[in-house]
Design a binder for this molecule. Structure first.
Ligand SMILES: [Zn+2]
Length: 215
């Protein structure tokens, strides 16, 4: 009885809001995307304020992360590793303009991610209920910051070693700094608004060039 009520409730609830905008396919990308275009020509950092960290972490499933400068530094250190590795992974395509000029060396980024992942030993378990088989990681850390940074590092490893890596790109639309996974053959930009902005910019550049020829 209780079970059927809970199923009925769950069917009418709206979908859970994704932790980042726009929806992202996984934690590593969501994490990298905390550096993004601010909509006004600049770059926004969702984790620039330590006070934003607890909410962001809770949104990706990690409660209890403090909004301290130490916690923020630990997370930003991993993010520098993740974003550097993304920049190397998209080669020969260009890296995100947000930090292409200040990337960690490859070996240092790899070491940083591996060190963070190694903080929390995990085991993998097959979970097969009525629906379908799922791989479940077991293990954890008492310290929520350690748990979070290790999970972010693991997500980075899984992403880079997984099938999405070859479709990873840095959006080259004007002002965009987002990494995204290309969904179909000719997709060049992370979302339709970027595609529109790029088309307008190309149109403007073409007319500028024609104008200069006339002069
Ligand atoms: Zn974009």
């Amino acid at each position: 009885m209780i079970k059927s009520e809970s199923i009925a409730e769950s069917t009418v609830e709206p979908p859970v809001e994704p932790p980042a905008e726009p929806p992202v396919p996984g934690l590593a990308l969501a994490f990298a995307s905390t550096i993004r275009h601010d909509g006004h020509g600049g770059v926004a950092d969702d984790l620039a304020d330590p006070a934003a960290l607890p909410g962001w972490a809770a949104g990706v499933g990690f409660d209890g992360v403090p909004g301290s400068a130490e916690a923020q530094a630990a997370v930003l250190s991993i993010r520098a590793g993740t974003r550097a590795l993304f920049a190397y992974a998209v080669r020969p395509w260009p890296a995100s303009r947000a930090d292409a000029h200040r990337l960690l060396p490859l070996a240092e980024a790899v070491d940083r991610i591996n060190t963070a992942a190694a903080q929390v030993p995990v085991t993998v378990r097959l979970d097969w209920d009525d629906e379908r088989p799922a791989s479940v990681l077991e293990g954890g850390a008492a310290d929520p910051v350690v748990a979070l940074t290790a999970a972010l590092a693991r997500a980075t490893i899984a992403f880079l070693a997984g099938p999405d890596r070859e479709n990873l790109r840095a959006c080259q639309a004007p002002r965009c700094v987002r990494y995204f996974v290309k969904g179909h053959g000719r997709q060049e930009f992370c979302k339709p608004s970027c595609s529109n902005r790029a088309r307008v910019a190309r149109h403007y550049a073409r007319h500028q060039a024609e104008g200069q020829v006339d002069e």
